[in-house]
Design a protein around this ligand. Sequence first.
Ligand code: NAP
Length: 259
Amino acid sequence: MDLGITGKRALVCASSKGLGLGCARALAGEGVSLVMNARTEGPLMAAAEAIRAKTGVDVVTVVADVTTEDGRAALLEAAGDVDILVTNAGGPPPGMWSDWNREDFIAAFDANMLAPIALMQALIPGMADRGWGRVVNITSQSVKSPIAVLGLSNTARTGLTGFVAGTARQVAGQGVIINNLLPGIHDTDRATALDKGVVEAQGVTMDDARAARQGTIPAGRYGTIDEFGATCAFMCSQHAGFMVGQNILLDGGAVNTTF
Ligand code: NAP
């Protein structure tokens, strides 16, 4: 299928590794030029160079923390008039509901709610003026079904989801399509870090921790970043113009719901 986005330009936040990298690679594969971002220079440069070599698209890199105002200013300056925005950042640490104080909540809000909202507020007006735009926010399955140890994620991402639900319907008429993409467990550094937490807490091996988690996924495995990126690219495509304010779950069936 031709996604119809060759020649478009995308800002993909937090994209040197993991799910953001999967999205960047898939968009580049469709001929979309990129602004890629991470806080650590080496892996970002390596990821960008690999994409340039494979696809030939133009890739600009911005070493910045997307959760800070200065970081977002640098990203927005490099992004200019982008057609596509993929928001992403690292996830908050695990813990119990009683562990977190005000500062912990504010850090989670900054990363997983306020940063994507600020980027949308900055970039949607230009997309609307030009009559075309796509926004995909990487959130989590935790907005559909809470994950007990990820209360900070449950809280912050649900706030973002509410903002998107209202905003997507206000800008769709101007050609700007906003949706959220909800990962279940995918094979990334983040999943490995969470599995290590289980190893430490329960005294099991890494293989046992992973097997136990895979047992909770009807598909029987972790998702791949390429599968995730392909779905993201479709949501950024010409064909997604009637998909407004949706929360698309990619979880191998892990969340047990009818709708
Ligand atoms: P990952 O493999 O750890 O990759 C995170 C990427 O984001 C890296 O490129 C990292 O580079 C960059 N990054 C992190 N914090 C950043 C910041 N403040 N500013 C700019 N770049 C930043 O993580 P992932 O698994 O792809 O997860 C991405 C998001 O999806 C997270 O919010 C995670 O909680 C959520 N999620 C993941 C899963 C899963 O199974 N993987 C499931 C549900 C939700 P630097 O460290 O160099 O900045």
